[in-house]
Design a protein around this ligand. Structure first.
Ligand code: PNS
Length: 163
């Protein structure tokens, strides 16, 4: 039996911390589906198509991983993919506090358990929001995001985009 996990997130944009969690999840599950979510209430820097494209480039070459769009609830996506688990990465106890209620709600809605994967401590400071702040102010984001994301970030801020 194939064990598939979904790894949902905003991925605005995908970072090397996310890629690390994807690799760790893939070492546990036969297949990992990265679910790029769109929440109309959120102000993203990158469009859904850009976030999908950057995530696809970032996982290119990692066997057993694909990237899909999450159009509605994560719970419905988990059911549609017949997922055995929802994976979330944890960097800190703060992340756990944010994820606890979400994992219980998702289990309530679709019966799928959330599996928490501890990211590499060398990447515990990497968050999409911080990376955007650094890039917005012209700082060096090498080693924090894949090269394609670094290029997309500098283009976005040269265009004067906000997010
Ligand atoms: O921290 P992120 O990356 O912005 O998380 C996004 C997401 C959708 C994975 C997170 O908000 C979540 O797990 N939400 C559960 C509720 C849900 O299904 N929302 C619908 C998707 S917008």
């Amino acid at each position: 039996m194939t064990r598939l996990a979904i790894y949902p997130g905003s991925f605005d944009p995908i970072t090397l911390g996310h890629v690390d969690v994807i690799r760790r999840a893939r070492s546990i599950f036969d297949e990992v589906v990265v679910g790029v979510a769109h929440n109309a209430a959120k102000n993203y820097l990158f469009s859904l198509d850009q976030r999908l494209s950057l995530a696809r480039q970032a996982v290119q070459g990692i066997d057993g991983v694909r990237v899909e769009k999450v159009s509605g609830l994560v719970a419905d996506f988990a059911r549609a993919e017949e997922a055995s688990a929802i994976v979330k990465g944890l960097r800190s106890s703060g992340d756990f506090d944010d994820e606890l209620a979400m994992s219980l709600l998702n289990r309530h809605m679709c019966g799928v358990e959330t599996v928490f994967v501890m990211g590499d401590p060398s990447l515990s400071h990497v968050a999409s929001s911080l990376v955007k702040d650094i890039a917005r102010h012209g700082g060096d984001i090498a080693g924090l995001v894949p090269d394609s994301v670094a290029g997309a970030l500098s283009r976005a801020f040269q265009e004067g985009r906000n997010g």
